[in-house]
Design a protein around this ligand. Structure first.
Ligand SMILES: [Zn+2]
Length: 433
């Protein structure tokens, strides 16, 4: 992406040189992907394939037991429809960088199949992140709770841990308690016991160096958490305890137990002074309901927990105005553009422009790759696209005389590095001003 603004080339070069903090990723380990179509298309891009050509076609394209030539033809058909989306652009950037492919053909893909990098190799894996200029990455990689509690979990280089919350409050059956019970070597006999274990887990994570808490319950329930009386939550919890066969009803609006526990977890977040990252807006995959994920639903949670710092993910796509309102209106809310540049780069650019004119620029986190282990090349591509989007947005603002060039540089540096470095307490040394 480019801007026609006169300052674009200068700002693009400036942003290119900035260290980048990846505010959100999912790398559980280093993996080798042995199939070129899985290497290029798995992860988010496959959801656009499904959207364009249907889920069955997307599955067939990614099925390595089928002949590559046959799958290439199906891929190339779907590629035509998907190559202009943010996910498509990320795949295009990765193809160009690694294989010199501008437009894929069956022949160039068969050739790429013979030249796949091996990202199980630490050097190959780390060097592409190095080339992306990613200096730290906040990871939601779900370590076993036992490894958090005994302090044995080890991050990959550059990783900083986000402690995952959903399994602590999405309790529907007795079995949902067992992961944390066995990690703690404890048996839960009351709601009070469970609250204690949740606190133990989060404090252990903090002691291990976790930099935030993270929740993505928006995939399964409305994020408009209510404030039920404790007795209502306790009645559900006690029934779950008393009958291991009981299954608390699934309600897309949430349930009193999950709502009550979420508020409890926010009090623990305040106690340990860790910010809370929340999924808002668009969800990975197809056929979900985005209305329940709109950040507007969080209004009472962020209102009640004024001493908890909330980092709202994915720029709340497609509800930019609601996220801008929350960040402008609540001192304890920031907006995180993780994933956003590849979900919809044009949206990201427009919203960043609007954010400068509506929200203090210290409350924007500019980048998060949101990718998993076998796809560091997509993290690289996403970082490249994010730098372009940021340079476009800021040069647009210079063009309209809203910012001077030096001010645009100040904001770029804050979005890419200074803001998340401060917000998550990473303590990294930035480039000289
Ligand atoms: Zn994610």
């Amino acid at each position: 992406m480019r801007s026609t603004a006169a300052s674009f080339d200068h700002l693009s070069q400036y942003v290119e040189g900035l260290p980048l903090i990846d505010c959100h990723e999912h790398m559980t380990g280093r993996e080798r992907m042995g199939d070129v179509l899985q290497f290029l298309c798995s992860g988010y891009y496959s959801h656009d394939l499904a959207s364009a050509a249907g889920d069955r076609t997307a599955e067939r394209i990614l099925d390595p037991s089928r002949a590559l030539a046959e799958r290439c033809d199906e891929f190339l058909d779907a590629w035509r429809a998907t190559r202009f989306t943010g996910y498509g652009i990320a795949v295009r950037y990765a193809m160009r960088k690694l294989f010199g492919i501008d437009e894929p053909t069956r022949e160039t893909l068969e050739d790429a199949q013979k030249r796949l990098p091996d990202y199980a190799e630490p050097d190959a894996f780390e060097s592409i992140l190095e080339e992306a200029g990613i200096v730290a990455r906040i990871t939601d990689c779900w370590p076993p709770p036992a490894e958090i509690l005994d302090g044995s979990w080890k991050p990959l280089p550059r990783q900083q841990l986000a402690l995952s919350l959903p399994f602590l409050h999405a309790i529907r059956t007795r079995d949902d308690l067992s992961r944390l019970e066995s990690a703690c070597g404890a048996t839960v006999t009351s709601l009070e016991d469970w609250l204690d274990l949740c606190g133990r887990y989060i404090r252990a994570g903090r002691d291990l160096g976790a930099v935030c808490l993270k929740d993505q319950s928006a995939y399964n329930r409305s994020i408009a958490y209510r404030m039920p009386p404790r007795a209502e939550a306790e009645a559900v919890f006690n029934r779950i305890l008393a009958d291991p066969r009981y299954h608390a009803e699934y309600d897309p609006d949430g349930n009193p137990l999950s709502d009550f526990l979420m508020h409890h977890l926010m009090r623990v977040a305040r106690e340990v002074d860790l910010p809370v990252q929340l999924h808002t807006g668009h969800m990975a995959g197809v056929r979900n309901d985005v209305a329940k994920a709109n950040a507007a639903g969080l209004r009472s949670l962020v209102e009640v927990h004024r001493e908890v710092r909330f980092d709202l993910f994915h720029a709340n796509w497609p509800y930019s105005g609601d996220a801008l309102f929350l960040a402008k209106n609540y001192p304890n809310v920031t907006i995180d553009f993780c994933w956003t540049h590849i979900v919809d780069p044009v949206y990201a650019r427009a919203m960043l422009v609007q954010a400068v004119s509506a929200v203090p620029y210290t409350k924007i986190h500019g980048f998060g790759s949101d990718v998993g282990g076998g796809l560091p090349h997509i993290a690289w591509a996403h970082a490249a696209l994010a730098r372009e989007v940021i340079a476009c947005a800021l040069s647009d603002l210079v063009e309209m005389s809203h910012l001077a060039l030096r001010e645009a540089e100040e904001i770029a540096r804050a979005w890419c590095f200074d803001n998340p470095n401060r917000f998550f307490g990473l303590g990294l040394t930035g480039p000289a001003a």
